[in-house]
Design a protein around this ligand. Structure first.
Ligand code: SAM
Length: 328
């Protein structure tokens, strides 16, 4: 199979597909209080269009697909999309990033459709605080969703937590301790200065180094080798079944191991989360263009993928769309 390298030699083999920019939650660090106006449904790519782009991407060497959003489980026909994606030659791994609220209902049908794994965003283990951070979520739903995902063998379950000083950073240790008695991969993601105008302050950001230092005080961290671990650096407490990951988009950018392209729900290819450069595929898809044109546009996106981003933990990058609009 073909491999497609970008200008800096990275083999691009990973496509993150946003299937909606609507979210049932309003996490304080992700969205403003009033939410973000969702894209008109006529402008959302259909399942057929997403599958077509993915098929062309697979011909160029994409082997891994992640479904995200907004909240992907609010898209009503997700299992049939997953089933169609899992039938594409070359795609060997399909995963999902979700807030987990609707996971209990969907985990089994998604697994049957070909989903391999889930990442669940969970920023507090305390019910009241969880409700406050998400502005309306019930942690009980998420925990049931995680349980159902385990039953459906959507493994390993990765739990993504964004520590923010004064908001939930006192729970870093509690999250790390989850790995002592479970096979969860608990991943700490640095708070990024995008989408969170209401909340962002540089002193709320905590670097991965600081998070790791705090976690190491609980017990010795042993490095874990994970093939193509992407942005995360993985460790475990000696002898523990679970894994702890540190993802530092802000303080140690992981651009040299960024092998991904993003497909936004309205049909744009975005080569880098932190650059507003987008290439419009929807017009090509809807104007009868042949696959060769889709391929040309995908190759163009690979070609213009920047070497690295330049965000830092200073001011909030207001000019960048929030994660929910791009596909986190
Ligand atoms: N709704 C799904 C979910 O909750 O996982 C997928 C979309 S959400 C935008 C994807 C990820 O983006 C979540 O893990 C969330 O924590 C992360 N995220 C959003 N805004 C962020 C920010 N400012 N800093 C760090 N992570 C952020």
């Amino acid at each position: 199979m073909e491999q497609t390298r970008d200008t800096y030699g990275r083999v691009i083999d990973y496509l993150r597909i946003s299937v909606t920019d609507f979210c049932n939650l309003r996490c304080v660090y992700c969205m403003p209080h009033q939410g973000v106006k969702p894209t008109d449904s006529r402008n959302l790519l259909t399942n057929h269009e997403i599958v077509r782009v993915s098929r062309v991407a697979a011909r160029l060497g994409v082997v891994k697909v992640r479904i995200t959003g907004g909240e992907p489980l609010t898209r009503h026909n997700l299992p049939s999309l997953i089933e169609a994606l899992s039938g594409i030659e070359g795609i060997i791994d399909i995963s999902l990033t979700t807030n987990g609220i609707f996971l209990k209902k969907h985990a089994r049908s998604l697994a049957r459709a070909g989903l391999k794994r889930v990442n669940v965003s969970l920023d507090s283990l305390q019910p009241e605080r969880y409700a406050k951070i998400t502005r309306e979520g019930r942690i009980h739903d998420v925990l049931e969703g995680i349980f159902e995902s385990e039953e459906a063998r959507l493994l390993p379950i990765k739990i993504n937590m964004v520590p923010m000083k004064g908001i939930n950073d006192d729970e870093i240790e509690d999250f790390a301790l989850l790995t002592l008695n479970s096979q969860f991969h608990v991943r700490f993601i640095e708070f990024m200065p995008i989408g969170a105008r209401d909340l962002w302050r540089s002193d709320r950001h905590i670097s991965s180094d600081e998070i790791k230092e705090r976690v190491s005080k609980i017990g010795r961290l042993v490095p874990v080798k994970v093939r193509k671990s992407g942005p995360a650096r993985y460790f475990r407490f000696e002898g523990a079944p679970g894994v702890i990951g540190f993802i530092s988009p802000v303080t140690h950018h992981f651009c040299d191991s960024c092998y991904r392209l993003r497909l936004t729900c309205d049909g744009k290819i975005r080569p880098c989360l932190f650059s507003e450069t987008e290439i419009d595929l929807r017009s090509a898809l809807r104007s009868g263009s042949p696959d060769e044109e889709i391929e040309r546009l995908l190759r163009l996106a690979v070609q213009v993928k920047p070497e690295k981003h330049s965000i830092h933990s200073g001011d909030c990058f207001d000019n960048l769309k929030p994660m929910s609009k791009i596909g986190g």
